[in-house]
Design a protein around this ligand. Structure first.
Ligand code: F6R
Length: 261
């Protein structure tokens, strides 16, 4: 009995992370968009967990193109985004709501009422976090969560040493993130210092997870996250314990990946 159990666990571990190697960013974006559209075709009213950042831009562009050709229908799709800056209104160009509207929502037939991004202008941000968790619950959970990977292994705004057991919560941005973001704002003083993010626990509760990573600058962290030990110092490493993760990465991002794939 003991043997059968450990064998089962071992087998699950083996099939935990599917890895698709893409030739380049365009190929990666097409592969990721294919996985997202397969989800939408299989379950037209699915809940997509979405990310902002550079990594998913190509996949969103591809989805828009397929929508325009009549190959994908977003009419019943519901979405929840990972995170949002506190203090930015959805009309602010640097807000994640603005990003999503421009990159995807305004270009497809999704019902905007069914798109959700944490409210960065909420008066009571702690209540906003609770509301967001309850909302995800009421939607029946996330069917497919799309994730980009930070250079330090962050997922959402869950920076190294974040507690694994958190759901949606408020985070203080690190000085290095604030400095990195300063170029996008008129002055450093305008850069938000806090954000609302789905927590590691919220991410791990998604039924399926799709991680995308592109470029040589992500090679170290891809290897650490998917080959290294599971540790809070590399938040994405927790994904090794999820039962259904797909990593789509280009050759550059996989160039330091030690396993044979
Ligand atoms: C975005 C997010 C972040 C990014 C990550 C990677 O909503 O939560 O975790 O996914 O910082 O960003 P890029 O894709 O710009 O390298």
């Amino acid at each position: 009995m003991h043997c059968r159990r450990s064998m089962k666990r071992y087998c699950r571990k083996e099939k935990m992370i599917r890895i698709y190697k893409a030739h380049n960013y365009d190929d990666l974006s097409r592969k990721a968009a294919n996985i997202i559209s397969a989800q939408v075709i299989m379950k037209p009213n699915c809940v997509l967990g979405l990310a902002t950042g550079t990594s998913p831009i190509g996949a969103y562009k591809q989805l828009v193109e397929w929508y325009k050709k009549g190959d994908i229908d977003f009419a019943e799709v519901r979405t929840v985004n990972l995170d949002e800056y506190i203090g930015l209104d959805g009309s602010h160009e640097q807000s994640y709501r603005y990003f999503m509207d421009h990159q995807l929502f305004d270009q497809v037939n999704i019902n905007k009422v069914n798109t959700n991004v944490p409210n960065g202008k909420a008066k009571d941000v702690e209540s906003e976090c609770k509301r967001y968790d309850a909302l995800i619950d009421s939607l029946g959970g996330v069917d497919l969560q799309l994730l980009g990977l930070g250079h330090n292994g962050h997922i959402g705004f869950n920076e190294p040493d974040s507690a694994f057991e958190k759901t949606t919560h408020v985070v203080a941005l690190t000085e290095s993130t604030i400095n990195a973001n300063a170029r996008l704002f008129a002055s450093k003083e305008e850069v938000p210092t806090r954000a609302i993010t789905m927590g590691i626990k919220s991410i791990m509760m998604a039924k399926k997870i799709l991680v995308i990573a592109s470029g040589a600058d992500k090679a170290d962290i891809v290897n650490q996250a998917f080959n290294g030990p599971v540790t809070p110092s590399v938040p994405a490493s927790i994904l090794q314990l999820h039962g259904d993760v797909t990593l789509v990465a280009d050759e550059d991002a996989l160039s330091k990946f030690c396993r044979t794939i």
